[in-house]
Design a protein around this ligand. Structure first.
Ligand code: GLA
Length: 383
């Protein structure tokens, strides 16, 4: 059933706007975005579609095909939902942020969504639904917004409404993704640009099947450590306002002032930021072995310094990296479970992926889901 048909079946009317936004892979730059450094990501060929129409009353009605859920809230009672209506929170958060930005909504709306993005798997289905919702609502409420403002609206929905202190990576890549391109974000200046993906390479995505129950808590803890470390280092060097401004030697010079934990988190971020610069160079000269080594080094740093990996992801990365035709592999995204990505050449086969899945299953007693993805385009209206 198409999103239009699903919408019609739920609300007995046709949608007035349909938008689509992709999930993303973090290519490199782990936990660097909210530290205002450089990150790179790609939009995958899996999307969330959102269809909307205005209502004649003051109610918001939502139906999710993927989650098989429906919910209702009044326009003047929009707040964070708990229990069965919690699935409404990302679209509601976007609606609230649009209203804060000046969008007038005197009438309510119907919203239906459908998804081919796996949820809770580390490919940012949340950013995808935020961006698709923002595009669709801006159209029906006649509130034009630039792409960057749509991206920022998604991030604010997450930061302010949902309470997750994420950076701009997920929304930025979902918004600025382009076919066969890597999105590079300077998170301090919020400049977006693209680089071609190296010819002949393929991304494979392996789900560790670990959903860390405390992911939001662990993420917020890492975020707090980074902010502490930046503030402490900044006391000794006024030019350092965020970790992206610091060098490894600046962090080292403050080591005695930092807890061991904050020191390790900061070392990861500054070195990872530098790796993104090296990655740009390796991509520019087409040195795929260097690209692969940087992916592996990024993973080792997440595992040992940022400590946001887990045995399942470490195993996948080691198994994938040991396979022929693989340039490199790493944890991708927030961590504590989620996905590992591998950059391979075109000769990496399904049989090799199965071999990795077999080894994983033999060790952990569960089979990892995996898929190969092409690099798709970013979010926008499709109807
Ligand atoms: C999650 C967040 C992003 C980013 C990554 C880690 O995906 O939503 O903002 O911080 O983790 O790099």
């Amino acid at each position: 059933m198409s999103i239009q048909e699903f919408f019609q079946s739920q609300f007995n009317t046709a949608p007035e706007a349909v938008a689509q936004a992709p999930g993303r892979l973090e290519f490199i730059g782990n936990h660097v975005d909210y530290n205002k450094g450089l990150v790179m990501g790609v939009a995958i060929d899996k999307h969330i579609s959102v269809a909307v129409s205005l209502r004649d009353d003051d109610e918001i009605h939502m139906a999710s095909a993927g989650l098989n859920a429906t919910g209702t809230v009044k326009l003047n009672e929009v707040c964070l939902q708990k229990g069965p209506q919690a699935f409404m929170n990302y679209p509601l958060g976007v609606f609230e942020m649009l209203r804060k930005a000046g969008m007038k909504a005197e009438r309510g709306f119907n919203l239906a969504d459908d998804s081919t993005v796996p949820t809770g798997a580390g490919v940012s289905s949340s950013a995808a639904i935020e961006l698709a919702t923002a595009y669709a609502l801006c159209k029906i409420y006649n509130f034009p917004m630039s792409k960057i403002d749509i991206v920022r609206t998604g991030q604010k929905a997450e930061n302010i409404f949902v309470g997750m202190p994420c950076g701009i990576l997920d929304q930025g890549v979902s918004g600025f993704g382009e076919k066969d391109a890597i999105v590079r974000i300077d998170c301090k200046t919020e400049e977006f640009s693209t680089r071609p993906i190296p010819a002949g390479t393929v991304f494979w995505v392996f789900n560790s099947m670990v959903k860390h129950a405390l992911v939001a808590g662990d993420y917020a803890k890492r975020h707090a450590s980074c902010m502490n470390a930046a503030a402490e280092i900044g006391k000794y060097n006024a030019k350092i306002q965020c970790l992206a401004d610091a060098t490894p030697s600046a962090v080292e010079a403050c080591r005695s002032k930092l807890s061991e934990e904050d020191y390790k988190r900061a070392m990861h971020v500054v070195a990872e930021n530098a790796r993104v610069v090296e990655m740009e160079h390796a991509l520019a000269v087409g040195d795929l072995n260097a690209v692969g080594d940087l992916l592996k080094a990024s993973h080792a740093s997440s595992r040992d310094l940022f400590e946001n990996s887990c045995p399942e992801i470490d195993f996948l990365v080691a198994e994938l990296s040991a396979q022929p035709n693989v340039y490199g592999a790493r944890l991708s995204g927030g961590g504590f479970g989620g996905i590992s990505i591998a950059l391979t050449n075109g000769d990496f086969t399904e049989a090799q992926a199965e071999k990795v899945a077999d080894a994983f299953e033999a060790k952990f007693g569960k089979r990892p889901k995996y898929f190969k993805t092409t690099i798709g385009t970013g979010a926008g209206l499709v109807g």
